[in-house]
Each structure stands twice: as structure tokens, then as C-alpha cells.
Design a protein around this ligand. Structure first.
Ligand SMILES: Nc1ncnc2c1ncn2[C@@H]1O[C@H](COP(=O)(O)OP(=O)(O)OP(=O)(O)O)[C@@H](O)[C@H]1O
Ligand SMILES: [Mg+2]
Length: 387
């Protein structure tokens, strides 16, 4: 599973606080937000948090996407039912409101319900409302299903309830202005790729000792995914299924196996790679293509070189910089500082003085699987020929 840092962060901010903060987990799609929340609600890693001595925690998971079609009364009714169900499993019985007032006083009904919930919790008990896919609230407000005063209402719950707190999760959209009313009352943390150690554990542990990986195979997966949990998992799943199909009980997976599997993922199982591409603006697509280079050569490309490769592309240098920035934010591109020596010709003929050092940046596609996919599916030549 990994994510030890995230669990520690949750633990520190939830347990033993008189008034815990709202916690906000945000990150790119398939980075593992929901998996982390599932661990907290029912998984092995979450157990020490749920059952911390003296501070019992009652996590209630709500996927807001599943409430997408609800109007105000339905929304709060299903929320209350979910809370009641979770508490009942732990022998705490609270009744749901029998009916919901129309309009304004729904909040009032829900408040009274929460009062009863808080009163029924044991000493130091804390109800943790976990709302996943938070963006859905914006959609529901925009299409008129929910009233827009739900945001200040939720915020007031976050600020004033003492025996209840929130964990909110969603994509990087949550960082945008629209969400500042909620975002600023909580403390937030981005869910990013796993580090190298965690990735290695994720690869080895579930199948050890029957299936082993040799070190080069591990390195190759790391290079392909740089710890992206979904892609690491995808490659491993396929490797294990292939091993099972061979009917072998034990095996050592080699770099050749990994190479072949990466090839297959790029060709056949690329729906999420395709999704990342589709979510990119046309400028971002051009930049990705310029960075991908040739399939075999992993490279990092200086800014000036990117501009030169995209000379014929239909946008100017400002747009190029904006696209690079956006790709970095989306964690699809990484940036490394490079020092460039600028040689100045001195007055005497043939004498150079390498004094000026200018700071510049080189960029590369964040993980090799994406780079290979772009190089194969959208080579620069074919992108530019459409212009
Ligand atoms: N820590 C992890 N260990 C093992 N596998 C993981 C981990 N995190 C994510 N995965 C894999 O990646 C997939 C996607 O993860 P998850 O659904 O949690 O992402 P998400 O951030 O909630 O994505 P979305 O924004 O699309 O809802 C999971 O089905 C699982 O296969
Ligand atoms: Mg999710």
C-alpha cells in the first residue's frame, strides 16, 4: 500500500485533537486518493487510526458521484442514512429524520440530526465524514440540483462542530479559486506518486516469495512509472497474470519480461494514457510530443531546444511556457535546472572566455511509459504535418 507519510499526517491531525482540522487530499486521477481513503475506512493500515485507544473514530465514506442526481432533501437523507448505517454497525443507534423540510430548513433538520449523532458518540469519539469526488458538488450546484449555499453551510459545519470532522478528496481542481471557501478552512495535502522504495515494496511484497523480480526488472518498472501507483500496479498485474498463464508456480521476472509488458501496455492497455492525452490542450500535446523524442532515447530537453523543435507549431513562445507550466502542475512533466555556460568572444581573435553562467531549465516527461506512448502514437513529424 505505501503512503505511510499520508497516514501519519492523517493520524496526527485527527487523533487527540479537541477540534481536528478538515483534511483535504487532492491529486491527479488514479494517484490513489480513493485507495487511501478505503484503507482508512476499512483496511488494515487504517486499523490503528480507527481503533486508537481512548479516541474512537467513526469514518463514514461518501462517494459524492453516487449522489450526483440528488436534490437537496435526497442528498441530506442519503448522507444521514450512510452515517446511521456506519454507527449502527458499531452499536450506536441514531434515528434518521422522518422527513425533510422543503427549502431553507433542511440545514436545520440536518443540524438537529448531527446534534443527536454527536450526543450518542462515546467519550472522545469523533465522526469523520469522508467525502470523495468533491468536484461533484460543484457540478450539482451548477446544474441546479443542489443549492449554492451548501458551500457556506458545509464550511460552518467544518468550523463549528467539535465531535465531527471532514476528510475531503478530489482532483487538483480543488486548488482552484472556486473551492477557496472550503479549501482555506482545512489543511491540504497533495497525493503524488510513490517514492522508489515504496514502489519496490508495492511490486515485490504481494507476490513474494513465489514470484521474484530481479533488480533490473524493478529498475525498469521504476523508470517506466516513477512510482505512479496505477501504472505500476497495471504492469505488475499483467506480469503476474502472464506468469500464472504459463502455469508456473514460481518464477523470477526479468527485465526482458518487463520490457515486453511495457510494450503491451502501450499498445493495448493504454486507456489512461489516452485519457491524459485527451485532457491536454493542443499546446500541451505539442510540448509532450517535442519532449518525447524518439522512442528509445530517454532525454531531458532544454527550453531553447523545445522552442526550436516547435518552431513550426502554431503558437508563440508565451503559449509554450504556459503549456510547460501547466504540464508541470499536472505532474506530466518534470523540470531540472541546468547551468549553461555562455562563452564570450574576447577582443583577441580565437580567445574564448567561459565566464557567464546562465540558469536555465531542461524538461522531461515525468515517466517513461507516457513518453514511449507519445513517441509511438503521436510522433513530432506527424503532429507538425497536420499544422
Ligand atoms: N498505494 C497503492 N498501492 C497499490 N495500488 C494502488 C495504490 N494507489 C493506487 N493504486 C492503484 O491505482 C488505482 C487507482 O487508484 P485510486 O482509485 O485510489 O485513485 P484515485 O486517486 O482515487 O483516482 P480518481 O481521481 O480517478 O478517483 C487503484 O485501483 C489501484 O490499482
Ligand atoms: Mg478516486
Amino acid at each position: 500500500m505505501g503512503r505511510e507519510d499520508v497516514f501519519m499526517w492523517i493520524e496526527e491531525n485527527l487523533l487527540g485533537k479537541t477540534q481536528p482540522h478538515t483534511l483535504i487530499l487532492y491529486g491527479q486521477r488514479r494517484m490513489g486518493k480513493t485507495s487511501t481513503l478505503y484503507q482508512l475506512v476499512g483496511g488494515k493500515r487504517g486499523k490503528t487510526i480507527r481503533e486508537y485507544p481512548g479516541y474512537p473514530i467513526y469514518p463514514v465514506y461518501i462517494d459524492l458521484q453516487s449522489l450526483a442526481g440528488c436534490d437537496m432533501p435526497e442528498f441530506f437523507e442519503r448522507l444521514s442514512h450512510q452515517i446511521v448505517r456506519v454507527l449502527a454497525r458499531r452499536q450506536i443507534n441514531v434515528a434518521v429524520p422522518d422527513s425533510w423540510s422543503k427549502n431553507g430548513s433542511i440545514y436545520n433538520d440536518f443540524d438537529q440530526f448531527l446534534d443527536r449523532v454527536e450526543d450518542s458518540l462515546p467519550e472522545n469519539g469523533l465522526l469523520v465524514l469522508i467525502m470523495d469526488e468533491l468536484e461533484q458538488l460543484q457540478v450539482s450546484v451548477e446544474n441546479g440540483r443542489l443549492s449554492d449555499d451548501i458551500f457556506p453551510y458545509l464550511r460552518s459545519l467544518m468550523q463549528h462542530r467539535t465531535r465531527m470532522t471532514f476528510i475531503l478528496a478530489g482532483t487538483n481542481q480543488l486548488v482552484e479559486d472556486f473551492w477557496s471557501i472550503i479549501f482555506h478552512v482545512g489543511i491540504s495535502r497533495e497525493i503524488v506518486s510513490l517514492d522508489q522504495k515504496e514502489t519496490e515494496k508495492l511490486i515485490r511484497e504481494p507476490v513474494s516469495p513465489m514470484i521474484q523480480y530481479d533488480d533490473l526488472a524493478i529498475d525498469r518498472i521504476w523508470l517506466a512509472t516513477r512510482g505512479h501507483p496505477y501504472f505500476s500496479q497495471l504492469i505488475c498485474h499483467r506480469l503476474i497474470s502472464a506468469t500464472n498463464l504459463e502455469g508456473k508456480k514460481s518464477k523470477t521476472i526479468t527485465i526482458a519480461d518487463v520490457r515486453e509488458m511495457i510494450d503491451q501496455v502501450v499498445n493495448e492497455d493504454d486507456s489512461h494514457l489516452q485519457h491524459l492525452w485527451n485532457e491536454s490542450s493542443s499546446e500541451e500535446q505539442f510540448v509532450l510530443t517535442a519532449l518525447a523524442g524518439h522512442e528509445l532515447a530517454e532525454e531531458s530537453v532544454p527550453r531553447a531546444e523545445i522552442a526550436s523543435r516547435l518552431r513550426e507549431a502554431p503558437f508563440d513562445e508565451d503559449a509554450l511556457h504556459a503549456a510547460l507550466k501547466m504540464l508541470e502542475l499536472r505532474r506530466l512533466v518534470t523540470r531540472q535546472p541546468v547551468e549553461r555556460q555562455i562563452q564570450r568572444r574576447l577582443a583577441q581573435p580565437g580567445v574564448w572566455q567561459p565566464t557567464l553562467v546562465s540558469k536555465d531549465y531542461a524538461y522531461s516527461i515525468a515517466f517513461d511509459l507516457l513518453r514511449v506512448w507519445v513517441a509511438r502514437k503521436h510522433p513530432l513529424g506527424s503532429m507538425l504535418s497536420v499544422v
